[in-house]
Ligand binder design. Structure first.
Ligand SMILES: [Zn+2]
Length: 312
């Protein structure tokens, strides 16, 4: 399994998290597009983030992340579809709409892929939508593009809107065998009022300290350990997610849960696109046609669907 999400929980600290490896999935998605490096890395970060966050959904549904910018990139979409049943795979897809001329200008200005928000998206917002299906209300949360990276914007969202301290690190790059991406997230478990419930040796340590302060201190220690994960470790083919968790947290122990596999999702089909085209009248279809055919390209997988236009 080269693309999967590994849930974990720290022993002795009020923190749980997810680690994700996206090699096969991110390579398959990026191979279908001809994105320049900076755009490919931005999308790889978005896919990694949506897989980490979406994996926390406890039901069959979708997490849709949309970024709207006003610079090189005007929109970016990444979706995660949760498997719903145990043992099934989660599925991701995504695309980026960008201006190639503005991208070239950004490269000429010295584009640093580590600061994707100010250099590629500019001002705008990031929206997270949770969709549980047609009969339920959609939940949407929005945060301004105020961080330097997608990870920072997502952290701000959890801190401000959900009051859930969260640390996220994302990494992506092209290796000799294709694109690779990886990431890790740590979230503060809600304070339960009893350190004993969380367990570990720390429960006996410094009993006079206010319990909540103590929990927060333990959380910060976990976040500091997590932040030491390096790009090559997050993207590694050799170091397993369990191996990386042990490297980061071994002193206090870490419990791992069953990993969830990841696959590429695209729901496009000739039938589905035909239904959309059926909503246009003949004159509109003739206007859209090139050499007698209407060609519709799926933004997610870049696949062309050719339909014969009505005769003028
Ligand atoms: Zn498609």
């Amino acid at each position: 399994m080269t693309s999967h999400v590994q849930p974990f929980q720290l022993d002795g600290k009020p923190a749980r998290g997810r680690i994700v490896r996206m090699h096969s999935v991110v390579d398959e998605i990026l191979a279908k597009h001809d994105y320049p490096e900076g755009i490919a890395i931005l999308l790889a970060h978005a896919l990694t983030l949506v897989a980490i966050l979406g994996n926390t959904l406890k039901f069959e549904g979708k997490l849709i992340m949309q970024a709207k910018g006003n610079s090189v990139v005007t929109s970016l979409v990444a979706d995660y579809k949760s498997p719903g049943v145990e043992g099934a795979q989660g599925e991701v897809r995504g695309w980026v709409n960008f201006d190639p001329d503005l991208y070239d200008a950004a490269v000429a200005d010295g584009l640093d892929v580590g600061r994707e928000i100010p250099q590629l998206l500019g001002a705008g917002h990031l929206a997270f939508t949770i969709d549980q299906g047609p009969d339920t209300d959609r939940y949407q949360g929005i945060v301004g593009l105020e961080g330097a990276t997608l990870a920072e914007c997502a952290q701000m969202y959890f801190d401000n809107s959900e009051q859930l301290p969260t640390a996220i690190k994302l990494s992506a790059g092209r290796a000799s065998d294709g694109w690779r991406a990886g990431g890790i997230m740590l979230q503060h478990l809600a304070f339960t009022g009893g350190i004993g419930e969380i367990g570990g040796d720390d429960a006996l340590f410094d009993a006079t300290m206010d319990q909540e302060d103590h929990q927060n201190e333990l959380w910060r220690e976990g976040a500091i350990l997590m932040a030491s994960a390096r790009d090559e470790e997050l993207q590694s083919n050799e170091l397993s997610p369990k191996g990386l968790l042990f490297r980061l947290f071994h002193e206090k122990g870490v419990r791992v849960f069953d990993p969830v596999g990841l696959a590429v999702l695209c729901q496009c089909s000739r039938e589905r696109i035909g239904t959309v085209l059926a909503q246009f009248d003949d004159t509109e279809l003739v206007d859209m046609a090139v050499d007698g055919n209407v060609i519709v390209t799926c933004e997610f997988c870049n696949k062309d669907f050719k339909f014969e236009a009505p005769v003028d």
